[in-house]
Design a protein. Structure first.
Length: 243
């Protein structure tokens, strides 16, 4: 499987408030920066497995025309609004997905400048004109975009990584077929958990949309993540299997 879960996007009304809320829940939150069109800025919750949660908010500035604009992700309020799948070969992956029946948008350059002045650059492509999911490939070294310093990827609540996005779908059979094509994997065996396809987990719902984020924790149980503190994102904890 050449596509891997990279990060999820969480829309928040006020970035400073969301940063404090997630810190209060035991997460280490790293300032991100302002996107190139100046309309949005972000903060990151990076994990040791190379994934992260992105907190995205409006800056209050008007977007610069002709630059990639993430403001559309904020149009419906707070919550889980998208997720990115990482690839090392976005052009080839786009061609594969077009052949598999997906509407793959043009490859768009993106960038933001970190608070330390470092320029972070990537390129992305939307799938079916949406961000759930979209493809992303780093242009600058990946560790510019995703922190790897253990001081930044270690969390007081022992969170160790993002492992899946839960998707609600009205037609589970159709959704399973779609994500099987998306990830380029074989259909699940009859004895396997047929809710899991690639890095997504499927559940019945009224409309196809991301509904939860699944996280792995290195130890400890009983974590509570109230929706008013996660900005309406359901965080589902998992722990390593004993032995």
């Amino acid at each position: 499987m050449s596509l891997r879960l990279d990060h999820v996007v969480i829309a928040v009304a006020d970035l400073a408030t969301a940063i404090q809320d997630y810190r209060d829940l035991g997460f280490t939150v790293v300032p991100g920066g302002m996107h190139a069109n100046r309309a949005t800025h972000n903060a990151l919750i990076p994990f040791a497995n190379g994934t992260y949660l992105e907190l995205l908010a409006a800056t209050g500035e008007r977007p610069i025309p002709g630059r990639l604009d993430f403001s559309r992700l904020l149009e419906h309020g707070e919550g889980l609004v998208g997720f990115a799948l990482r690839t090392e070969h976005i052009e080839a992956e786009g061609a594969r997905l077009r052949a598999a029946g997906f509407a793959v948008g043009e490859i768009i350059p993106g960038e933001r400048r970190r608070q330390d002045g470092t320029l972070v650059q990537w390129k992305l492509a939307l799938l079916d004109d949406g961000f759930a999911p979209f493809l992303i490939q780093d242009v600058t070294p990946q560790d510019r975009r995703i922190p790897t310093d253990p001081a930044l990827t270690t969390h007081a609540n022992n969170a160790a990584g993002l492992i899946a996005v839960e998707i609600a779908a009205r037609d589970l059979l159709q959704a399973r077929e779609r994500y099987t094509r998306l990830f380029g994997v074989s259909a699940p065996d009859s004895g396997a958990d047929d809710r899991a396809v690639g890095d997504v987990m499927l559940r019945a719902g009224d409309v196809e949309t991301p509904v939860a984020v699944h996280l792995i924790f290195s130890r400890g149980e009983g974590h509570s993540f109230p929706l008013d503190r996660t900005h309406h994102v359901r965080l589902v904890p998992h722990w390593p299997s004993p032995g």
